[in-house]
Design a binder for this molecule. Structure first.
Ligand code: GSH
Length: 218
């Protein structure tokens, strides 16, 4: 049995991206099986043996299979050495958990539809521009709340970067990439937080190569 974890999912996947930021931050060496989401590879019968809903990421380590990005991130944080990205006090941990839960429940799907509108419209069912405006409104509400949670802290859950910043950063990366970041930049504190996250070496180290990504559109 190998001690090297295996991460299933290709790097452009926003959830895989979050996990890779953390792996870089921890300095963990791993293998990656780059299943392409837009090409439908996670839905194969073979991958469904690892993930019954045909999703990525999946992390396999020492015979343990971990599903769900937030669980994968907590596992990596705790199972490997290096810095911890989980705050050591209950109040900041609550901020981290709230941010991750809010993004999972109210952010990810909206982000995927906005980005899909530009880069993989068939995959997301051809949303209209009106649909996209509604999703952007939800994302505005979400990030207003995240900045409220952050308050005067440099990062979402305190003085140091946490799983929460890594969990939501890919959404911002993609909104910027497709030119839909504008309204968020008006939120008090957002631009300052985003510049700080952008400067993190673990984030810069794993920026996905998007040259072969998305559907052929236009
Ligand atoms: N709740 C899951 C969501 C995973 C998820 O939706 N992953 C997307 C990629 S970012 C996926 O695998 N999509 C494949 C599909 O829907 O066919 C998690 O936290 O890991």
């Amino acid at each position: 049995m190998s001690n090297k974890p295996v991460l299933y999912g290709y790097s452009p996947s926003s959830y895989v991206f979050s996990v890779r930021i953390l792996l870089a931050g921890k300095g963990v060496d791993y293998d990656q099986v780059p299943l392409d989401v837009i090409a439908g590879e996670p839905r194969s019968a073979e991958h469904r043996r690892l993930h019954p809903f045909g999703k990525v990421p999946v992390l396999v380590h020492d015979g343990l299979r971990v599903l769900e990005t937030s669980a994968i991130m907590r596992y990596i944080n705790d199972a490997f050495g290096g810095a911890s990205f989980i705050p050591d006090n209950p109040r900041d941990r609550a901020r981290m958990d709230m941010a991750m839960g809010l993004h999972e429940s109210y952010g990810y799907a909206s982000m995927a539809r906005v980005v899909g509108y530009h880069r993989f419209p068939t995959f997301v069912g051809h949303p209209s521009r009106e649909d996209v405006e509604g999703e952007l409104e939800s994302l505005h509400t979400l990030f207003a709340e995240l900045m409220h949670l952050r308050g005067r802290s440099p990062y979402i859950a305190g003085d140091l970067p946490s799983l929460a910043d890594f969990f939501v950063a890919p959404a911002c990366f993609y909104l910027e990439e497709v030119g839909e970041m504008g309204r968020l930049l008006d939120l008090p504190g957002f631009a300052e937080w985003w510049a700080r996250v952008n400067a993190l070496p673990e984030y810069q180290a794993v920026l996905p190569d998007l040259s072969q990504w998305g559907e052929q559109v236009g």
